[in-house]
Design a protein around this ligand. Structure first.
Ligand SMILES: [Zn+2]
Length: 65
């Protein structure tokens, strides 16, 4: 198992985590509305609810409520 050579300080840890999605910065994540179902989704991603992206169905056989 890898062992850290030096202790990483809080500032450096925070800088690394700023680019990651976690429970601490989830409120600052930009979201857009799905063009098909209106669900709030992450930009440039296929809608997890209806499987649509850019007006086309990308993922088929999704459960649509
Ligand atoms: Zn959708």
């Amino acid at each position: 198992m890898a062992v850290p050579k030096q202790r990483q300080n809080k500032a450096r840890k925070g800088r690394r985590r700023a680019g990651q999605l976690n429970k601490n910065n989830i409120a600052n994540v930009q979201t857009v509305k799905c063009s098909n179902c209106g669900e709030t989704i992450l930009p440039h991603r296929v809608c997890p609810k209806c499987g649509f992206y850019k007006g086309k169905e990308v993922i088929k056989n999704k459960v649509v409520k």
